[in-house]
Design a protein around this ligand. Structure first.
Ligand code: OFO
Length: 164
């Protein structure tokens, strides 16, 4: 049986993963509104990955006999500025999520909750991948700047991301 503190922490993380999906959908709509269909597509796929992260945690919580407590999902911003700012904000968000996953992992370790520790390992690895991937996009965006033809090329490349 999972502890109350771990249950609360997992419920909070589920809400954060759902917020991540909400945030990326808002960013996607923002990019689509500027005709950056490729960046919008990439962010839509990212949003569905975040929903999958929440679903995976829910399944784990229930398998442990925990209680799912869904909370209201925070409202994301409406405006994100240029595409560079969108992806800088994405990177900052992913870094903050990494911090939360590390704290959860630490808690599992402190409680000697080995099942949670093992389940959370997947999220630790996933965060390394997400930060690396988004960091690369930010570097590319800085290299091309958000004016001129190169950003449209980058946009078409980003649009090739298929549903994960
Ligand atoms: Fe769930 O990985 Fe991004 O936030």
């Amino acid at each position: 049986m999972i502890s109350q503190t771990m249950q609360d922490a997992l419920n909070a993380q589920i809400n954060l993963e759902q917020y991540s999906a909400q945030l990326y959908l808002a960013m996607s709509a923002h990019c689509a509104g500027k005709s950056f269909k490729g960046f919008a597509q990439w962010l839509t796929v990212q949003a569905s990955e975040e929903t999958a992260h929440a679903t995976k945690l829910i399944a784990f919580l229930l398998d442990r006999g925990g209680r799912l407590e869904l909370k209201a999902i925070a409202t994301p911003p409406l405006d994100f500025g240029g595409v560079i700012q969108v992806f800088e904000a994405t990177l900052a968000h992913e870094k903050s999520i990494t911090g939360r996953i590390s704290a959860l992992f630490e808690q599992a370790r402190t409680e000697k909750d080995y099942a949670s520790e093992i389940a959370l390992q997947w999220y630790v690895t996933e965060q390394v991948e997400e930060e690396a991937h988004v960091g690369e996009i930010v570097d590319h965006l800085h290299a091309v700047g958000d004016q001129g033809g190169a950003i449209w090329y980058l946009d078409s490349k980003m649009g090739k991301r298929a549903k994960g």
